[in-house]
Design a protein around this ligand. Sequence first.
Ligand SMILES: Cc1ncc(COP(=O)(O)O)c(C=O)c1O
Length: 419
Amino acid sequence: MVASDHHIGARHKAEATAIEYLWPHSNDLEWDEYTERGLRVFVAGQGSTLTDVQGRSYLDGLAGLFLVNVGHGRTEIGAAMAEQAGRLAYTASSNSTNPATVTLAETIASITPGDLDRVFFCSGGSEAVETALKIAKQAQVLRGYPKRYKVICRRGSYHGQTFGAMSLTSSAKERYFGPFMAGVSKVPSPNHYRNDFGLEGEAGDLMCARYVEQEILALMDEVITGYGRTGAMFAAEHYGVVPDIMTMAKGISSGYAPLGAVAVRREVFEPFTKHGNAINHLLTFGGHAVAAAAASKNIEIIQRENLVARSAEIGRYLLRLADGLRRHPTVGDVRGGKGLLCAIDLVRNKETKQAWGTEHPFIKGLALRTQEQGLITRVWDVLHLAPPLVVTEHEVELAIDIVDRCLTEMEREFADDIS
Ligand SMILES: Cc1ncc(COP(=O)(O)O)c(C=O)c1O
């Protein structure tokens, strides 16, 4: 059950020390917002509930950052990691490996679609995207097409914060980090609510597809969508697609260890097997034995507890409840239904679909208020809900209830700004 008073009052020593010494990762909050609100310091987690250093409980509506798929507090993953670390924690990634990593590679090859059966390990999503970019580029050169260096990504997409991945990320700040990688072209995103062509529903999707049709779509980013998040083991399965190169991270280990991977089809791997063509890519922590042990146990739990089917089922329930929020004057659209990934599109004018903008006090206030009510979520132009796949029906009801209440309060406060 979620405790009622989540306001930051007197700071705990760990909260004060965090503000003194820690540089938190950020792509939305400003430093003065951290110093004002403080940083939540969590000390324990169980299922979909997090407990902070002050003893307050929160419903983790984001599964960390879209990744704690099997839920918090899985001691059997901890035991598998401890056992591996005690036996052998690390082997060099360039000229050796270990049984934990070999086993995980075999498992990933068996659960990914089609002949995606060659696996390169790294430490997270951005590294996976960098790796996929390098594989794609080197593969084209090896196949005799050195000029095929272009990369297509979607407008509005997020692929990470390292340089190559950031070059494919729409929100990347050009004024700080530009110029970005050359050769990137951006195509429209299929968005049923705000379509670039003013088209409704599938007609808009088809127009977006036409843009992509002229190019070669080789990369598929399953960093968020993989490992059950969308109600299939991988989102590509919904569309019967076998990508040439597939990146994965996050749910691969449910966050119990930093891990990413890239799986490629046989045809893509084949040119790298010729003498002189070895992949020119080495990451010290790629294929880390303890991370591999965590991931194998995590995948075992996902399969044993049928969490993929559960994600599909509870996801439908979440969407049904979230759909009820459409009666709010500020809820323009609700998207979801494919597993536990739900977006509530917030607008100040339903007719024009005008967004608030992420800096608007309505958005900032809503983010703060939901957290004060004990729900961890993320509020930008859309409010995201992506709890662990073990979330219960009752917890889903609680999450929607909190969003409902907070929206009502904020709408009352900002009544003059809503049209
Ligand atoms: C689709 C997608 N790709 C890549 C990344 C980057 O992953 P990481 O933060 O592990 O580097 C993210 C992270 O949110 C993501 O959502």
